[in-house]
Design a protein around this ligand. Sequence first.
Ligand code: PEP
Length: 260
Amino acid sequence: MARGYLVAGNWKMNGSSAANAALLEGLVRGVAECPAIDVLVCPPAVYLEAAHRHLAASPIALGAQNLSDQAKPGAFTGEVDAAMLNDVGCSHVLVGHSERRTLYGEDDACVARKFVVAQSGGLIPVLCIGETLAEREADATETVLKRQLDAVISAAGIAAFLNAVIAYEPVWAIGTGRTASTEQAQAAHAFIRGVIAKNDAKIANSVRLLYGGSVKADNAASLFSCEDVDGGLIGGASLKAPEFLAICASAQILAASRDA
Ligand code: PEP
């Protein structure tokens, strides 16, 4: 299997110049032990440029948590576009995180626009999709995942997924300490890969699918060992270097055994 593991940290609205410097220093030192995986950190926008400097000699990639849906610069007070994120060293950007969808009213069309402008601006979008607890309990998980995916596929085209990452993040597991079981995670990931495969089997096989939702050092190995899970999007546990590095180490062990 050609897909490698990616472990991504979403710092959300946390950090300070001093705390970020200490965290990044720990990560830069620690990822040397994880050469077989890719690692990404997504600090708040105001700290991206400083983070880029800290990561200069490191393989850790830098991502933003959000971007404007506008394709061209202009009178959009408070917004930051893809070109600006690129300019300060980002290679990736989260798109459609459930907190953006629920707290800031981003609907499927808005998320699709952001996905398209991210790629046009040279960024790799990490498309976040996932169902709420009510949707899962109503047996609507697959319907929701397909609707969220289809919105992006019809706006961007399936070939766009050659250069994108998908994160399955059940909303009920984000920041709750409640994690999807390995069976739930694998079933959702297999379904997502199947939706992509109906459009293009080769792309389905190459696209990386991350699991997100209360991943910690003690559950990462079992989640990452699922056939269709290619790493994780980590929130709370990405804020402490030892915990995040322990999650990376789980992926490293699995990556090394997949390669063997
Ligand atoms: C997230 O915010 O993407 C996330 C998965 O958070 P947590 O790991 O804290 O559940």
